[in-house]
Design a protein around this ligand. Structure first.
Ligand code: ZN
Length: 218
């Protein structure tokens, strides 16, 4: 699997691998067909497997910013490819998934914010780091099912209405690793509620865990 790019046999909505015998463009997985998430397109640069998981750990837990820049560059390339192939258009605003204050203090920085700022610089698109807050502390999600994750994330994200720009109706949520998509779905729900108007949401993430290998280190 390691050498298969994310966009081969992956769902266009959630980037889940639906593979290996399906060869279709614009494919949507069974989960997304049954219950379409608020985000219509996920751009994911890499699979969360070696050596990417190791680099991601160095970036997140050891604050290795060179690893962070390298991974951000990979995501930037995947986004530019998707734009050139006409699969997506450039959003007006990047919104990093916020960390709660406890985890932020422990880690010292928000990795999604680092990625979003890098992409903002590389792609010349605005980023807003003040728009969303994450309250409370959720237990690490690695052993939870999609449903458990979704219910534990209900109401976790707060969106500052004063930061909502009425002229903006196309955004991308930025995350480091996507597992079930429950986090980005919960954030999307809060954003849609705060926007109170048309809002097109993409998700851009560096790596995707796949159901055949859901090992995830938080
Ligand atoms: Zn899907």
């Amino acid at each position: 699997m390691n050498d298969i790019p994310w966009n081969i046999n992956a769902c266009i909505t959630c980037a889940e691998y639906v593979g290996p015998y399906v060869f279709e463009e614009d494919m949507v997985c069974a989960n997304c067909q049954q219950k379409p998430p608020l985000c219509k397109t996920t751009i994911c640069a890499l699979n969360y497997l070696a050596p990417i998981d190791g680099l991601m750990n160095k970036f997140k837990h050891e604050r290795n910013l060179a690893a962070g820049r390298l991974l951000t560059g990979c995501l930037c390339q995947a986004v530019m490819e998707a734009i050139m192939q006409g699969r997506i258009t450039m959003p007006q605003l990047l919104i990093p998934v916020p960390l709660n204050s406890l985890r932020l203090r422990k880690r010292g920085f928000n990795q999604a914010q680092f990625i979003a700022k890098g992409l903002s610089h590389l792609l010349n698109v605005n980023v807003n780091t003040r728009l969303c807050k994450r309250k409370g502390y959720q237990v690490p999600q690695q052993s939870q099912t999609r449903w458990q994750r979704q219910s534990s994330l209900r109401g976790v994200f707060q969106v500052k209405k004063s930061e909502v720009n009425r002229g903006t109706n196309h955004i991308a949520i930025i995350d480091d690793v996507m597992t079930t998509g429950a986090t980005t779905q919960a954030l999307s729900q809060s954003l849609v509620k705060a926007w109170n108007g048309p809002l097109e949401i993409q998700v851009w993430c560096i790596a995707r865990t796949q159901s055949f290998n859901t090992k995830l280190d938080w």
